[in-house]
Design a protein around this ligand. Structure first.
Ligand SMILES: [Zn+2]
Length: 238
């Protein structure tokens, strides 16, 4: 955790969105539970919904901050993000991009901006890459390796049991893919990810069994499970 004094080197002001002349420079997402003024939401380690500025008591305006984030989708700007977890408790989350946004009233709230952000560079990768660039030109290697390891690690005992329970079929499309000789290709996905900062539990209620296509859609946040009712939702509908 960082104090504000340490965090401000990534995000120098106390506002959520830091922009200059329409260019996004950095943002601060707030994940303080119970304080629902800005209910930003981490969907996975690399994906979040960021609520635009202007509060939720009246329709959000096209403020300079909201306009800068809208523009960032077109320009594919990459910018640092810090998270606020509590009073004077911040975390640097690496570099992110706006991949989509919508402006609509939802859940009885006035119209507001919901920006879908994807992490393009975790903080640890950044540090490793800086080191690696000195050693060689293969600076992208660590990211690929990290991704593969991640998927293998997720095959927990709970996942193995659920795969068998669902007869190795995808819970979304009900397809069963085989490598040949009946050897199935199916993957387990933790809805609330294991490990920091989500600390999702490794229990059947937190796992969904998916084919690789639907797993990829979950991983990029195109589909997810909404908290109430166990319904499957596409990003553009929640
Ligand atoms: Zn599927």
């Amino acid at each position: 955790m960082l104090t504000w004094q340490e965090a401000r080197r990534y995000h120098p002001n106390q506002k959520g969105i830091h922009q200059r002349q329409g260019q996004i420079l950095s943002i601060c997402a707030s994940f303080i539970e119970k304080k629902q003024k800005y209910p930003d939401q981490l969907l996975s380690e690399d994906l979040m919904i960021y609520i635009g500025e202007g509060g939720l008591t009246q329709p959000q305006p096209d403020s300079p901050g909201n306009l800068a984030l809208k523009k960032a989708k077109e320009t594919r700007a990459i910018f640092p993000v810090i998270a606020k977890w509590g009073k004077n408790q911040y975390e640097y989350l690496g570099k992110w991009q706006v991949i989509d946004w919508e402006y609509s009233p939802l859940q009885g709230l006035p119209a507001h901006y919901r920006f879908l952000l994807r992490r393009v560079e975790p903080p640890e990768t950044e540090a490793r890459m800086a080191k690696k660039i000195i050693l060689s030109q293969e600076s992208l290697q660590p990211r690929r390796a990290a991704f593969v390891t991640n998927r293998i690690l997720r095959d927990t005992k709970v996942i193995q049991e659920l795969k068998a329970l669902y007869r190795y079929t995808c819970q979304v499309c009900h397809n069963r893919l085989n490598r040949g000789f009946g050897d199935p290709i199916v993957e387990g996905h933790h809805i609330k990810p294991l490990g920091h900062p989500h600390n999702g539990p490794d229990i059947p209620e937190n796992v969904i069994i998916l084919c690789p296509n639907h797993h990829a859609l979950f991983d990029i946040g195109a589909i997810t499970i909404v908290n109430s009712g166990f319904k499957l939702t596409h990003f553009q509908r929640f």
